[in-house]
Design a protein around this ligand. Sequence first.
Ligand SMILES: Cc1cc2nc3c(=O)[nH]c(=O)nc-3n(C[C@H](O)[C@H](O)[C@H](O)COP(=O)(O)O)c2cc1C
Length: 443
Amino acid sequence: MRLGGAVDLRTTVGSVELPNPVLTASGTAGHGAELAGYLDLARLGAIVVKSLAAEPWPGNPPPRVHQTPAGMLNSVGLQGTGVAAWLVDELPRLEERGARVVASIWGRRVEDYERAARLLRGAPGVVAVEVNVSCPNLEDRSRMFAHSASATSDAVAAAAAADLPRWVKLSPNTPDLVEIAGAALEAGAEALVLVNTVLGLAVDIRHRTYRLGSGPRGGGLSGPAIRPVAVRAVHDCRAAFPEAGIVGVGGVARGVDAVELLMAGADAVEVGTATFLNPRAPAKVLAELTAWCRRNRVGDVRSIVGVVHGPAYPAPDDTLAGTEGYEGGERRGRERRQGDRRRSVPRGAIHNVPPGGETRDAEDHADGASLLGVLAGGAEEPEARDLAQAMLAVIERRADQQAEQVAKLVEVATLVGQSVPPRVGEESGGDRVETEEDNDDND
Ligand SMILES: Cc1cc2nc3c(=O)[nH]c(=O)nc-3n(C[C@H](O)[C@H](O)[C@H](O)COP(=O)(O)O)c2cc1C
C-alpha cells in the first residue's frame, strides 16, 4: 500500500464482523444514543452499552466518581433500569442511527444472567452480548464471578439464552486471568474483553473518610493509568488463545493506544474513560488509528493484530520489507488466522520494528508531554513539572548507563567469539533496557 492510500479497517471479533476496530466501552457511553450529538454512532465499530440487569438496579450512593492521577475511580455500581425498559426506551434510538449494538449484561446469580440474556433474544441491531462478570456472586459469599473460573463459566453458559455471539468481559484483579479466560471460552464465549477496572480506593484526608459513596468497598480505577494492565492481559491471553476473539479495553485515548493493544493481540479496542474528557474520543481514536495506518503503510488493520507475538527478527524471505510498504506483519497476521497456532512468545519480539516500515511522527512524540502530565498527576504547576522532569532524567540516565554496559558486553562477546548477548531492549539479566523505539508510541 502506498503512503496516503486507503486503509482496510474491517475486523472480526469471534464471528462478529465489524467495519472498524474502535468501539465504546460499557458504562462510559451511556445506556443508548447519548453520544449521538457528538459523533456518528454508525461509524464506530460498535456501541457497547452500559451493563444491564434483568431487573432495575439503583447502584451505589454518591459520590460515585473521583479523579485520580491519569484516570478515575468509579463506584457507579451498575445502576440501570433493566433489560426490558432498555429495549423499549433506548435500543430504538441506537437502531435508528444504524449503530451496531453490543448489549452488556450482569447479574448477582447465575439465573440473573440467564434471564437478562433471554430478554435480549431477537433484539434488533444487537450483534453480540458482552457478559460482565465483575459482579458479586450472591451464591458464593459475594465473591466476584470474574475471580472464579467456574462462576465465570456458569455465567457465560447462562448467557447462551440470548442466542447471540457471547463475549466475556474479564477482570484484571485476579492472578488467574488466563485460566479464567480459558474457562469462559470453553463455556462458549467467542471473545474475551480485557479488561474491566482495577480495584482501588481513595481517602478524603480533610474529612478523614472515604472519597466514594461505596465507602470501604472502594471503586474501579480506569483511564491511562491502567493501559499497561490491559496490554498485559491482552498479550497473555493472545499468547494462550491464538484463535479467540479479543477486545482490548483500558486507557485508550489516542490512535497509538489502540495500535499498542492491537499489536499485543486485540482484534478491536473499546474507548472508555477518555469519553468523559472528550465525548468525541472514540471518533478521534478511530481517525488517529486510520492516520497512523496510512503513515506507517499498513493497508489492512488486521495485519498488525498480535504482531508482537511474531518471530523476533524478520524472516529471510522478508527481504522486500521497506520497499513498497512492509507486508511481513500483514502476512504473519493472515498466517495466524489461517491456523498458525504459535503459542510461544519469543523474547524481544516487541523490538521487531519493520525496517523502513515505521515512521516517526509528531503525534507519537507528543507522548513525551503526556508522560509529564501523567507523572505530575495532570497538574500544570511548575513545581510538579520540575519534579516530573527530574524523575524522567533519572530514568533516562539509568537507561543510558545500561545501554553502555550492554554495548560493552556485545563487544567483548564478539571478541571472544561468543554468541551475541541480548540486544539493547531485550531483557539483560533482570532490568530491561529501554531504547528510543520503546518510547515512540508509549507513555
Ligand atoms: C463510570 C464508569 C462506569 C462503568 N460501567 C461499566 C459497566 O456498566 N459495565 C462494564 O462492563 N464496565 C464498566 N466500566 C468499565 C469500562 O467499560 C472499562 O472496562 C474500564 O473503564 C477501562 O477502560 P478505560 O480505561 O478506557 O475507561 C465502567 C467504567 C467507568 C469509568
